[in-house]
Design a binder for this molecule. Structure first.
Ligand code: SF4
Length: 295
């Protein structure tokens, strides 16, 4: 398996490198759309800086933002994919290598010691979450670079039952109004409706990573996504908070059945430079990147 391991490692290093330097297609397109719609002059300047930034990052082979975050991997692993046992170790090696080669900013500060490890690896970093897919021979790896500014507004709360969905919406607006500007708007707002704080937070990350041109399949949730997006856009935060037509790139909601006495609500915010991507492998280690096709 030595040859296959090396092949996978090389592919993952260049995949993470790409994610640091180019936005996924859905986010890139939405930024260009907001830029075309904007008519405030300062906001236009900021969108134009973002476009130049993206172009220069590609030309100079550099990350889009100096804060390349901490690496978080979300794995959807077929139970029959031939190479699962060593994947955690492999992703740790990939993280160290791409930190040097890209390069990525070392952002892992070891817990309690409060010393930067220098290679983006530390206790539970890179962060890895697993879903096992029955009977599949394929492997899907999603990577997200969790920057500091965009992680700052992340919150979760457990509301009493009488608060209802109105309470959830209030919590979302309070959070975005108070903290959203720290996260380099226009924002992606991921909302999780759960049963306790960790399920709500985890679902909000899943929502934030869902493509921004999609809707929740449940009509009530889809309507809520639309209304919250309209409401947040009416705040007119504009790019980088300088005021402008729009505040958000998108609002996504994910949910789960919950205890009758609780409504967990989580928020995860993505910035305009939300760097994430998906790579898929088949059992023969052929791969395709599904998020970055059109540029
Ligand atoms: S919020 Fe995003 S764009 Fe702003 S500094 Fe952090 S990673 Fe960079």
């Amino acid at each position: 398996m030595f040859k296959e391991r090396k092949l996978m490692k090389d592919k993952l290093v260049s995949f993470v490198d790409l994610v640091a330097k180019e936005l996924p297609d859905d986010i890139y397109k939405k930024i260009k759309l907001l830029e075309a719609e904007e008519d405030a002059s300062l906001a236009n300047e900021i969108y134009s800086c973002m476009s130049i930034n993206m172009k220069r990052a590609k030309e100079l082979n550099r990350p889009i933002c100096q804060d390349t975050g901490v690496l978080q991997f979300y794995i959807r692993a077929g139970s029959k994919f031939p190479y699962l046992a060593d994947l955690k170790e492999l992703l740790t090696e990939v993280t160290k290598e791409v930190t040097k080669s890209a390069p990525l900013r070392p952002n892992a500060v070891e817990v309690f010691d409060e010393v930067n490890t220098g290679n983006n690896v530390g206790t539970k970093l890179p962060w890895i979450e697993w879903d096992i897919i029955d009977d599949s021979k394929n492997l899907e790896i999603e990577v997200y670079m969790a920057g500091g500014g965009c992680s700052l507004p992340g919150r979760s709360v457990v509301l009493p039952p009488l608060s209802g969905y109105e309470g959830a919406v209030q919590f979302v607006f309070d959070t975005v109004v108070e903290m959203g500007i720290n996260a380099c708007p226009p924002l992606i707002v991921g909302i999780g409706i759960g049963t306790c704080s960790n399920t709500a937070a985890s679902l909000s990350k899943k929502a934030m990573l869902r493509p921004i041109n999609t809707s929740n399949p449940h009509p009530f949730a889809a309507e809520l996504e639309k209304k919250i997006e309209e409401g947040l856009n009416n705040i007119k935060m504009g790019p980088q908070g300088v005021t402008g037509k729009k505040s958000v790139l998108g609002v996504n909601i994910e949910g789960m059945a919950h205890h009758p006495s609780t409504l967990g609500v989580g928020i995860t915010i993505g910035c305009w430079a939300s760097r994430h991507g998906i790579i898929k492998f088949d059992e023969n280690f052929n791969s395709v990147i599904t998020t970055h096709k059109e540029k």
